[in-house]
Design a protein around this ligand. Structure first.
Ligand SMILES: [Zn+2]
Ligand SMILES: [Zn+2]
Length: 266
């Protein structure tokens, strides 16, 4: 099976820990056919620092890695942390380079990191999850510039709730609106295997969300580890099984932001 990791951070990202070439070496060692870097472009809201990579340095590191590791297909992508009020900045970045792939993610809502206890203080679980999905719909609607939605139910990484399960039917209204918007625009859904590392009992998103995406006509699914260091390719094979178990026999890959497919059926 050809393994591709489509959510990888190197030290080009503000919170990445390893040089890009070292990540490629580890990916090759772990048996990867390819990987696509998704370095953080993070908008956090007023009074907090945004994080923008050094783009020329990033392009140079990718170029070097493609020469050094001809056995690997190496993509140059971004993970854009969406936040209200940055439309022109985001458009400029998206149009400014020859990207292979762009993930759209929600890390901050109402000026707070959704994975921090601050975000849930004073809210019960249902209110916190509702607020997260409501903000997601508004941002996805406002920023159509990404290819695939990253870790759709990342709110489950917040350890402030003892029970972090998410039942699709409790949020069906918001989730259906989000999934229909993605499908209508030809945008995909990410299987994020870091869910296993963060103790949510599987990949993001919950299987019921993945099945609903398919039921509504969605076909574009990528698989990524969300590695910030040595975890490149972590649980990617299990991510493929996760897809197969939920009715997806094709993985989506991107080159210059155009999707193409890899048959992963056994
Ligand atoms: Zn993320
Ligand atoms: Zn990430």
């Amino acid at each position: 099976m050809q393994l591709y990791d489509y959510h990888v951070h190197s030290d080009i990202s503000f919170d990445g820990r390893l040089p890009l070439a070292e990540v490629c070496r580890l990916a090759l060692q772990a048996g990867a056919a390819g990987l696509t870097f998704t370095e953080h472009v993070e908008f956090t809201g007023p009074g907090r620092p945004n994080h923008i990579p050094d783009f020329p340095l990033y392009a140079a590191r990718i170029e070097e890695a493609r020469e050094a590791f001809p056995q690997l297909t190496i993509g140059m992508g971004l993970e854009i942390g969406l936040y209200p009020g940055y439309k022109s900045e985001i458009e400029e970045i998206v149009n400014g380079s020859d990207w292979d792939f762009i993930l759209g993610s929600l890390h901050n809502v109402d000026g707070l990191g959704v994975y921090n206890e601050d975000f849930i203080r004073g809210k019960n679980k249902t209110d916190a999850y509702h607020r997260y999905f409501e903000a997601m719909y508004e941002l996805f609607e406002a920023y159509p510039c990404f290819d695939v939605a990253g870790h759709l139910d990342m709110i489950r990484r917040n350890r402030g709730f003892a029970d972090r399960t998410l039942r699709y039917q409790d949020y069906a209204g918001e989730l259906d609106a989000i999934l229909k918007l993605l499908i209508q625009r030809g945008q995909g859904l990410e299987i994020n295997t870091a869910g296993w590392r963060f103790g949510v009992g599987g990949a993001h998103p919950d299987p019921a969300i993945l099945r609903r995406y398919k039921e509504l006509g969605g076909q574009l699914v990528t698989c990524g580890s969300d590695s910030h260091g040595e975890k490149v390719l972590d649980h990617i094979a299990q991510g493929y099984d996760w897809l197969l178990d939920n009715g997806f026999h094709r993985l989506t890959l991107y080159r210059q932001r155009q999707p193409y497919f890899l048959d992963i059926s056994r």
